[in-house]
Write a new protein. Structure first.
Length: 77
């Protein structure tokens, strides 16, 4: 945050967005692998998902996109 611009009728501030940095390190790779393993388990246990969904998830290279996709996927109908 740079500074507050107003406090009435609600708080407002001028902000500077943080740079979007995707680190390519061992921890990021481990977290991606763990998320992929959990997503595969969900696909295997859910009758609502086609088994090919796990293969599709495995093709996603960017860990952020994988996390976004898994986060927005409904788990029940």
């Amino acid at each position: 945050m740079q500074f507050w611009t107003a406090d009435q009728p609600y708080l407002k501030a001028r902000v500077t967005l943080a740079r979007d940095i995707l680190e390519d390190d061992l921890e990021t790779h481990a977290l991606k692998r763990s998320l992929l393993d959990l997503a595969r388990e969900v696909v295997a246990l859910s009758p609502n998902y086609p088994k090919e969904a796990a293969d599709f998830l495995a093709q996603i290279k960017n860990p952020r996109y994988l996390a976004y996709l898994v986060a927005i996927t409904p788990t029940s109908t």
